[in-house]
Design a protein around this ligand. Sequence first.
Ligand code: F6P
Length: 543
Amino acid sequence: MLTSSTEWQNLQGHFNAIESVHMKALFEQDSERFQRYSMTAAGITLDYSKNRITDETIELLAALAKATKVEEQRDRMFAGEEINVTEHRAVLHTALRNFSGKPVYVDGEDVMPQIEATREQMKTFVDAVSSGQKKGYSGKVFTDVVSIGIGGSFLGPKIMSEALKPYRQDNLNVHFVANVDGCHLRDVLAQLNPETTLVITSSKTLTTQETLRNTQSAKEWFLGSAMQADVKYNFVCVSTNIEAAETFGISKDNIFPMWDWVGGRYSVWSAIGLPLALAIGYDNYEAFLKGAYEQDCHFQEAPLTENMPVLMALLGVWYRNFHGAQSQVLLPYYHYLRGLPAYVQQLDMESNGKSVTLENEEVDYATGPIIWGSEGTNGQHSFHQLIHQSETPIPVDFMLPLHPDCDYADHHDMLAANCFGQSQALMEGQTQEQVIAAMTKAKCSTEEISNLSSHKVMKGNKPSNTLIFDRLDPKTLGSLIALYEQKVFVQGVVWQINSFDQWGVELGKVLGNKVLGTLQDSSVELTMDGSTNGLVALYRQRK
Ligand code: F6P
């Protein structure tokens, strides 16, 4: 077991030795700490100096990474080996953004030609739609796109196009619908004209209940003004399930393939990214892929202790397994990046929310953390209180572009000051002596000081990373997303779990479908547990 390995035990011993060391003291002892614990790669600078680490911590964490064969597993992933063992699949989202000119083999076949052909198909399609050459069934140019998909077939294109708002093409509005809650679809369709609306169904399997229902309803809305034969002009599908797409009436030219070696949550790099490419134009989309490729090259080439995703992953392991952190908060100080916590939430929690190892053993250590967060500075007036003063350890990733794509320059100075000020406050905190001195200076009474001073103490020593980039252009965004993907990958390897399956969500899907049968047909006998039977009976009765 991992926890009985020498490397793990060494880290445990080291943790016991430095647990009470305050980061403030580490900064006081070392004026070069920022220079030593910061690095730049693929357009992103990482300051990890505000972490509860010393050189020894890094060495011991790197030894754990070596012992768990992070480098070997990384190379196996890039080489197209079947590392998703429970689904017998290779894991090759990296091939989708491979611009090395080198082949990538799956079962002896080079997959690069099909990837390049699909990129070409996307480019042609995007150019034709945005130039107005490709039109809707009545001959009018498209003004709107409705992208229907859920999970990985939704979050990537939606959040990336939100993040790249300054790069959006202004002749096309792209809308996203994921949930089967009809209110959303109705609200989106209500503002649109079927003649000028392109509907894209994105689903790796094309069996997902929400996506099928939403597509069917969108088709019914469309057929309110058009004919079945018109579907071929206004409907597009991205899927591995080409046959089902054709059965639906989608024309061959409008079907974009993907492959089983692309996981849903890693699929924004495939044709699932089509709505994003339509939103920002194909060249920007390709720049997004190239940013990820640059990060992949760094990940493959840099030694473990100078490797950004590896360092971020190991810091996460340090807090999760040795400091007992249950969650990781992401705080983008940039409005357009506000969706990133939700994106990384699926990426990380669906990948590493596991408790059985590749050797089929139950883990006796914590695996993937809870991921949450929102845009700064909003959280400062809300949940930051708990991060600052509760006993719960919550490592933070701050993110900030140096140049916002926005005219209000002094706003950005304030945003940046708050971002840096928060990490400083978390790290330094304030002692009771400091509080008393400040209150005395403010002429507070002795009674007030004695009543309040302990409440104002902030212990500090709360860890954070800060990620800085020039501007959030498509290339940098690609690099940032790949950084988190590779971080999650490394953690999965260290924890010896399969980061690429998602059996936990399958049972819910199966039971959801079964329950649906009982809601739609009230003659069906209720044979489920008492609570579910009760809820279904209540629904049937009161609906
Ligand atoms: O619900 C989980 C999931 O399996 C995700 O992994 C996936 O991205 C999503 O469902 C959608 O699946 P599909 O693309 O096949 O519709």
